[in-house]
Design a protein around this ligand. Structure first.
Ligand SMILES: *[C@@H]1O[C@H](CO)[C@@H](O)[C@H](O)[C@H]1NC(C)=O
Ligand SMILES: *[C@@H]1O[C@H](CO)[C@@H](O)[C@H](O)[C@H]1NC(C)=O
Ligand SMILES: *[C@@H]1O[C@H](CO)[C@@H](O)[C@H](O)[C@H]1NC(C)=O
Ligand SMILES: *[C@@H]1O[C@H](CO)[C@@H](O)[C@H](O)[C@H]1NC(C)=O
Ligand SMILES: *[C@@H]1O[C@H](CO)[C@@H](O)[C@H](O)[C@H]1NC(C)=O
Ligand SMILES: *[C@@H]1O[C@H](CO)[C@@H](O)[C@H](O)[C@H]1NC(C)=O
Length: 496
């Protein structure tokens, strides 16, 4: 399963669909952008009053083969240069996250003036270049001090602290930030951090079902508990925003999940039910409470008394507590029923699911969100292709991947999907949370051997830029033709 988690985010399926399209085929108020997150781009980890997050602790302990986000892309100092790159590329929006421990070094209370200044500068720089800020509050980087004090998300105390942190962000930045996302990949954060134990805060039963040794944790109960508190924290922040800020600031608030999408391996009814169960466990876990006020039946049934329960008041308060849904999507997978895993004595999240996975299918995700969850507004917050990080700037596979996914998004829109925006993961080659600096998803290469961390555009940056700038004569015909033209362009403009 650990391997699945890695594979699912790494492998790409080419979804061949609308082949000829341009920016103008999308609604004018649809936004195209690119994403990053604080720990992965900022660096300056120990500067200007920032304290460690659980990611700093994890990376510094050597879990990333020595790589850390201490310097990352030095986005903290290079934000003006990066906003200029966004502008040159033609990005309409930029999705980034706030480092909670940079803004509130004690996790709560006193605001760090340098942290406040940095985010004000970044937001102002974006706006002055006509780029819309989309801000995430928690991108896997809980302040270490709160993890130490009460065990972070396994404690209900986290709910109040998150609400107070969100309040500071809305109050200080909300006059300029129209889109707030409370949590990035709430589901994956919990699976990795509390079940498998391969990601911070590295809590799991020891040994975990995946052979890892965590110094603390319990994979049978903590994943469910952490997700429960994250949902309550989301709902508290959303309620606060709606009651206190939305009328004045006119923004929107949502939450983000990684949407794996599972289709049955065979037509057997067991596999069909297994695929549904996999979608319920990965996706419904977070979405069902938001839309229906309850966890999915398939989860309640398999997890039993280990599943936390919402009171009626909590259920009513969580239900509908979002204006949009953020979706990260990289690929699709087949699901096969695996009833034997329910016979395991010490069951964890994945054993409870009782599904075995293999190979890749096609993307039907947006249709599913439309059908099952009432077609809420959706932002594709991350989509992109992992490649080994090296000096190869001609990232053809990434161009083909992005072209295919943007095309299939257009198909979905034409079929009535309520998707409102699309962000490429990622703007730059970042410190990647799965493998540090081994791989990159960036439109721009960041040269780690250069003391100045020079950014260099890849072919994909060039391609995206053409798409966004609606260049005359650049209506996209077949990929081959596109390739010839981009190669010519890249020689003449970019790589001289
Ligand atoms: C996890 O918690 C459950 C329920 O409290 C308990 O039965 C089980 O022994 C715990 N497992 C570990 C590994 O501590
Ligand atoms: C976990 O601990 C056990 C027992 O000490 C050991 O045999 C095993 O190799 C450890 N696993 C890892 C991944 O470190
Ligand atoms: C499932 O059934 C459909 C139509 O009944 C068929 O087209 C498809 O090939 C079948 N799929 C598998 C994996 O057997
Ligand atoms: C860079 O990585 C890609 C795979 O992502 C590979 O095809 C290419 O040969 C590599 N280039 C160099 C210079 O190592
Ligand atoms: C769009 O809808 C049409 C007609 O219902 C259907 O044939 C087609 O497969 C749908 N496309 C997608 C991408 O869902
Ligand atoms: C690509 O270049 C050829 C020759 O320069 C030109 O005829 C064609 O229209 C171009 N295609 C696109 C998509 O711009």
């Amino acid at each position: 399963m650990l391997r699945l988690l890695v594979l699912l985010t790494n492998l790409a399926v080419l979804v061949l669909s609308a082949d000829k399209f341009s920016r103008d085929d999308f609604p004018p108020d649809f936004v195209f952008g690119a994403s990053t997150s604080a720990y992965q781009i900022e660096g300056a980890a120990n500067q200007d009053g920032r304290t460690p997050s659980i990611w700093d602790t994890f990376a510094q302990a050597g879990n990333m083969h020595g790589a850390t986000g201490d310097t990352a892309c030095d986005g903290y100092h290079k934000y003006k240069e990066d906003v200029q790159l966004m502008r040159d590329t033609g990005l309409e929006a930029y999705r980034f996250s706030i480092s909670w421990s940079r803004l509130l070094p004690n996790g709560r209370g006193t605001i760090n003036p340098k942290g406040l200044q940095y985010y004000n500068n970044l937001i102002n720089e974006l706006i002055s270049h006509g780029i819309q800020p989309h801000v995430t509050l928690h991108h896997s980087d809980l302040p270490q001090t709160l993890e130490d004090e009460y065990g972070g998300w396994i404690s209900r105390k986290s709910v109040k602290d998150f609400e107070a942190y969100a309040d500071v962000c809305f109050r200080k930045f909300g006059d300029r930030v129209p889109y707030w996302t409370t949590f990035n990949e709430a589901n994956v954060f919990v699976m990795g951090g509390y079940d498998a134990g391969n990601l911070p805060p590295q809590r799991c039963s020891s040994p975990s079902p995946y052979g890892l040794n965590c110094s603390r944790g319990n994979s049978s109960i903590e994943p469910y508990l952490a997700a429960h508190h994250i949902l309550l924290a989301h709902a508290s922040a959303a309620r606060l925003y709606k009651n206190k800020y939305q009328d004045r600031q006119h923004g929107f608030i949502g939450i983000n999940v990684l949407a794996y999408w599972f289709v049955p391996l065979t037509n057997s009814s067991d596999d069909q039910i297994a695929a549904q169960r996999a979608n319920d466990f990965f996706f419904g876990w977070i979405l069902d409470p938001l839309v229906f006020g309850e966890y999915p039946d398939a989860m309640k049934k398999n997890v039993g008394s280990r599943m936390p329960i919402f009171t009626t008041a909590e259920s009513n308060w969580i239900k509908g507590s979002f204006d949009f849904l953020g979706v990260n999507h990289y690929s699709t997978s087949y699901a096969k029923d695996n009833p034997s895993s329910l016979k395991i004595k010490k069951r964890d999240f994945f054993a409870d699911m009782a599904v075995e996975f293999s190979t890749w299918g096609l993307q039907e995700l947006l249709k599913y969100i439309k059908r099952v969850y009432g077609n809420p507004p959706v932002y594709i917050h991350e989509n992109g292709e992992r490649m080994i990080r090296n000096l190869t700037l001609e990232d053809w596979p990434r161009v083909e991947y992005l072209h295919a996914y943007i095309g299939s998004l257009l198909d979905a829109l034409r079929n009535g999907s309520n998707t409102k925006g699309y962000f490429i993961w990622s703007l730059l080659d970042l410190f990647e949370l799965l493998d540090g600096f081994e791989s990159g998803y960036g439109l721009y290469f960041v040269d780690l051997d250069d003391p100045d961390l020079k950014r260099q555009p890849k072919l994909s940056a060039h391609w995206y830029s053409h798409f966004l700038k609606r260049s005359k004569g650049m209506r996209l015909h077949g990929l081959t033709e596109l390739g010839m033209n981009l190669s010519a362009l890249s020689r003449s403009h970019f790589f001289q």
